[in-house]
Ligand binder design. Structure first.
Ligand SMILES: Cc1cc2nc3c(=O)[nH]c(=O)nc-3n(C[C@H](O)[C@H](O)[C@H](O)COP(=O)(O)OP(=O)(O)OC[C@H]3O[C@@H](n4cnc5c(N)ncnc54)[C@H](O)[C@@H]3O)c2cc1C
Length: 290
C-alpha cells in the first residue's frame, strides 16, 4: 500500500490522477481506517484550501478538513452556525473529534452522522473539485446515493468546503441528539433546526432528523405547520405529533423499537425547534452580540 501526504491542492489532484482510480483521499481516517483500505491513499489533512473558517458578507465558509474539535471551538461557528458547533461537540470522544473532519463526516455518508445533520439544517452547500479542475456546488443532502454511500467518489473528487448562509439577526439554530451514552455512542435520533423570525412570525424554517433514511431528512410537514405561524402554547404539542407521524422508521436490534424512535423523534423535534426559536428571539433582541 502507498500513502502520500500532500501539502497543497495541486499535489492532491495530481496524486489522484496518477493513481488512475486506485487511490482515495484520506483526512482524519476515523472512518476510512475501519474498513477495507484501498491500495493507495492520498492524505489531504494539511492542505490549506480545506482548513479555513472564513466569513464574507454572504457566506460562512468552513473547510472540509476542519476537525470537529476546531468547529466546536470556533467563535465564528458558535455565533453564526450554533447547530454545527453543537453537533461537532457531540461527536464520539475527544480523540475522534481531534481527528475526524466535516468533509469525512459527509462523504462517509453514515445516516446518523451528527455534523451532516446540522449542515443540512443550516442549508449548507458543498464545494467540490474534480481531477480536471472543474468546480461544482451541491446541497449537502444531495450528496447521498444510498445508506453509507456518497455520490462523491473520493478517488476522483475532493470536497473543499461548505458554504453556509450565516445566521443573522432574527435567526437561530440548534442541534440535539439522543444516545444511550454520553460519549462514543451513535445517536438513536439526532435533529437540527434553523428558524428565522419576522416580528413574531416564523418566516423560514428547516427542521432535519436522522437516521431515518440514507440522508438527513427534512421534516416537511412540521416545517409547513410552522411556516407563517406565531408559535403559541399549543404549537408544541402539534409539532411533536406531526414530526413523529411524518417519518417512517423501523425498529432495530442495534437501536430500539420503532415505537420508541417515533416518540424520540417527536420529542427531539419539539425541543430543537423550540431552542432554535428561542435563539432567534434572543438574536432579534440583540442579546447575543450579532
Ligand atoms: C470511535 C468512533 C466514534 C465515532 N462517533 C461518531 C459520532 O458520535 N458522530 C458522528 O457523526 N461520527 C462519529 N464517528 C465517525 C467519524 O469520526 C466521522 O464520520 C468523521 O467526521 C470522519 O472524518 P475523517 O476525516 O476521519 O474521514 P476519513 O476516515 O478520512 O474519510 C472518510 C471518507 O470520506 C472521504 N473523504 C474524507 N475527506 C474528504 C474530502 N475532503 N473530499 C472527498 N472525500 C473525502 C474518504 O475518502 C473516505 O471515503 C465515530 C468514529 C469512531 C471511530
Amino acid at each position: 500500500m502507498s500513502y502520500t501526504v500532500v501539502s497543497n491542492l495541486d499535489q492532491a489532484v495530481e496524486a489522484l490522477a496518477k493513481s488512475e482510480g486506485k487511490a482515495r483521499v484520506v483526512a482524519g481516517a476515523t472512518d476510512l481506517f475501519l474498513g477495507n483500505l484501498p491500495p493507495e491513499l492520498v492524505d489531504i489533512s494539511t492542505v490549506p484550501d480545506l482548513l479555513g473558517i472564513n466569513r464574507d458578507p454572504d457566506y460562512l465558509s468552513v473547510g472540509a478538513g476542519v476537525t470537529h474539535a476546531r468547529a466546536a471551538a470556533s467563535p465564528e461557528i458558535r455565533l453564526k452556525a450554533e447547530a454545527l458547533a453543537e453537533a461537532c461537540r457531540e461527536v464520539g470522544s475527544p480523540q475522534v473529534r481531534n481527528m475526524g473532519t466535516l468533509g469525512g463526516n459527509v462523504v462517509n455518508a453514515a445516516p446518523a452522522a451528527d455534523a451532516a445533520v446540522a449542515l443540512v439544517a443550516l442549508g449548507a452547500k458543498a464545494v467540490l473539485v474534480d481531477l480536471n479542475g472543474v468546480y461544482r456546488e451541491a446541497a449537502v443532502e444531495d450528496l447521498y446515493a444510498n445508506y453509507n454511500l456518497s455520490v462523491v467518489d473520493s478517488s476522483s473528487e475532493i470536497l473543499l468546503r461548505f458554504l453556509l448562509g450565516p445566521t443573522v439577526r432574527g435567526e437561530g439554530s440548534a442541534f440535539l441528539r439522543f444516545a444511550p451514552r454520553g460519549a462514543l455512542s451513535l445517536p438513536l435520533v439526532n435533529a437540527a433546526a434553523r428558524v428565522r423570525l419576522k416580528g413574531n412570525t416564523i418566516e423560514a424554517v428547516r427542521a432535519v432528523i436522522a437516521p431515518v433514511s440514507p440522508a438527513p431528512t427534512r421534516l416537511s410537514e412540521t416545517e409547513k405547520l410552522l411556516l407563517g405561524s406565531k408559535p403559541a402554547q399549543d404549537t408544541w404539542r402539534r409539532v411533536e405529533y406531526t414530526a413523529a407521524a411524518e417519518v417512517d422508521v423501523r425498529g432495530s436490534m442495534l437501536r430500539c423499537s420503532a415505537e420508541y424512535r417515533h416518540h424520540l423523534i417527536g420529542v427531539l423535534a419539539r425541543r430543537m425547534i423550540r431552542k432554535a426559536l428561542e435563539r432567534a428571539l434572543e438574536s432579534k433582541e440583540g442579546g447575543d452580540g450579532r
